[in-house]
Design a protein around this ligand. Sequence first.
Ligand code: ADP
Length: 394
Amino acid sequence: MAKILVINAGSSSIKWNLFSDKLEVEAKGVAQRIKMAEGILSLDYNGKKSDTITELPSFLETVKKLVAMWEENGIIKDFDEIGQVAFRIVNGGPHLQKTSEVTEESIKHLEESIDLAPVHNPGAIEAIKAFRTLLPNAKMTMHFDTAFHRTLPKLAYTYPINYSVTEELNIRKYGFHGLNHHYIALKSEEILGKKGVNVVSLHIGNGASLCAIENSQSVDTSMGFTPLAGVMMGTRSGDVDPSIIPYIMKHKNMSISDVMKMLNEQSGMLGVSQFSSDLRDIGKARLENPQAQFALDLYIQRIVDYLITYLNRIQGKIDAIVFTAGIGENDEYVREQVIKKVRLVNLTIDEAANKNRDFKDYKLISTKESEIPVYVIRAEEEMYIAKEASKFFN
Ligand code: ADP
């Protein structure tokens, strides 16, 4: 079996991980600032990290430079060693709801769904086309952040708006971060030693979503038609009353795209704190800066409200509450405050376990008295994709 390359392409970047046939990470890196002045190729291989500044004028040129870099560093000897390329895709739209092979038809479906993920999907499509040109013999698959949520019941995915418009335009909650929420379900099965787990998964990184997992399937999730919905995030507002949009347009003389940009890029933690989207900065500043503390309080409250809703949504005994992703894995204050604010269920945190940073793939942070165990599980999207890809053609 040959190597598997996992690609996560954004609007101006390509994150890559190269896995051996035994699914071990052999090398990884990021190409950043594609189509901007001075691109950066970062490489992490054999315990050494390096950054190379170079022009990356297009996705095709970037992929050419990546392949050349892998050859120069002895990561691959020839192109055919890469037997499979697996692409992470934010939204596959209504036609692509399961892991799919890259074909002319699936690329066409993806192109038709650009509106649904305007920031992410164009880069992904360009990356797919570039890798198809350079690695014509590799088998290729698409892995969707929306796929895990295809089990949402109609009651969870329907918006209460004019139903004929809903049907005509395929308006529904898609949900995102599904690759990691699914991994969390599988990892929880492994940790708890049972099949079919009931879990609330809190994926809180720069983007954030909660997922209600019943019998290891997604039954509700906080992101919606796009990744703007749900809890407050690093730069995204999360849920707001839609009437605010025309109100701001009118009074600030802004266009719809200006306001959408504000809600996506200048809101959330950045917008409320007025200085940073990064929880590390906010955490350091909060004791001296009341606005930073307020932003954090608002952030925590919005997470708690969804957590309560999802604890109530799942039928049957809940097996675990799981924190994951950048903030979920690293920020003990956010975890502690979220759990403290849950009043309907008796949850108790073990302070020492919560503070301990020295853990491998997961840790338990609740005490024996807690009605529901609370875990931290490290996000593993790339490994999850590599595993799925390795099984796809067998
Ligand atoms: P993305 O959604 O971009 O994948 P990540 O899951 O990598 O985001 O999370 C990134 C965020 O995690 C950062 O913006 C930062 O707020 C937070 N973070 C990372 N490390 C720490 C830390 N040690 N303490 C608190 N927050 C952290």
